[in-house]
Design a binder for this molecule. Structure first.
Ligand code: G1P
Length: 298
């Protein structure tokens, strides 16, 4: 049995404006755009549940109220479906609901960066290790990325960030890690840099949006100066934390889709449709036909 403090809480920063998806995101939060039939945010919440998370902390902003509604009970709909005996729909509805008391919502109030968003969750998380999900990053894997990380954590303890290979010329868009010695199922992190200038990245392993962090990160974030892009960067606070505590990288081998970009969002939709047996049969030949016939017009 492990002696690590279990990971029971997860933080979901969902305050971003989603300007890249305007006008879709004028009245609908970007986290509520759907990949197939599920809102983007529910992929992260489902991944968290599968990893044993029991409390869900959403760091929101203005106009994000519908996220709270999505995870609540929809009493009228549930009652109507029950009266009509729509069992499959009831099951889907149940799966999108968090139990009473399982969710907390707090507002970031000012767009000061990811580090600031995480810091806003400090009182709700309290003095325990927690999982952090960047919900834009939708992952496709038979076993969730966070489940695999929790498994590694049960052996290593400390802090763990998921990483993934990216083309070298893309490294300037992300946080990038420097790899030290291997540990079983991961590696020691010896350095991190947020949005390295082209040609300076220490590796092509980028931080892909899943973290297990110890609560001391909050004390560091409290005084964290702004970094890349003038924002309070989580990566900068993690660099300090890694000097004080064990810090590991986990190499994710599934697929990650950055649903904060249109390209990633489209690819996520295709990938999940192709994963769906019945749908794949119809869609695959259509996609092949479209690839042959449709040419860009602009
Ligand atoms: C954030 C993190 C970065 C990480 C990325 C993953 O950057 O700061 O380290 O690689 O998410 O999507 P952002 O996408 O907010 O610029």
């Amino acid at each position: 049995m492990s002696e690590q403090k279990p990971i029971k809480k997860a933080v979901f920063p969902v305050a971003g404006l989603g300007t890249r998806f305007l006008p879709a995101t004028k009245a609908v939060p970007k986290e509520m755009l759907t990949v197939l039939d599920k809102p983007v945010i529910q992929y992260a919440v489902d991944e968290a549940r599968a990893a044993g998370i029991e409390h869900f902390v959403f760091v929101t902003g203005r106009n994000k109220g519908v996220i709270e509604d999505h995870f609540d009970i929809q009493y009228e709909l549930q009652k109507t479906l029950e009266e009509r005996g729509k069992d499959v729909a009831i099951e889907i509805l149940d799966g999108s609901q968090l139990k009473a008391g399982q969710a907390s919502f707090t507002r970031q109030q000012a767009p000061l960066g990811l580090g600031h968003a995480v810091w806003c969750a400090r009182d709700i998380v309290g003095d325990e290790p927690f999982a952090l999900f960047l919900p834009d990053m939708v992952m496709q894997d038979e076993v969730g990325c966070m489940s695999r990380m929790v498994d590694l954590y049960s052996r290593t303890g400390g802090n763990i960030i998921a990483t993934e290979e990216v083309a070298w010329e893309e490294t300037h868009k992300y946080g990038v890690v420097e790899m030290g010695n291997d540990v079983e199922g991961g590696f020691e992190v010896t350095g991190m840099v947020e949005k390295p200038a082209p040609g300076t990245a220490p590796s092509n392993l980028f931080i892909n949006g899943r973290y297990i962090l110890q609560p001391e990160i909050f004390d560091i974030l409290e005084n964290q100066a702004s970094g890349a892009g003038g924002e309070i960067q989580l990566t900068d606070a993690m660099i300090t934390l890694a000097k004080q505590q064990d810090f590991y990288g986990f190499t994710f081998t599934g697929r990650t889709f950055d649903c904060g970009s249109k390209e990633g969002f489209i690819m996520a939709n295709i990938a999940f449709a192709l994963w769906h047996k019945d749908m794949a049969e119809h869609i695959r030949p259509e996609i092949e036909r479209m690839m042959r016939e449709i040419k860009p017009i602009g």
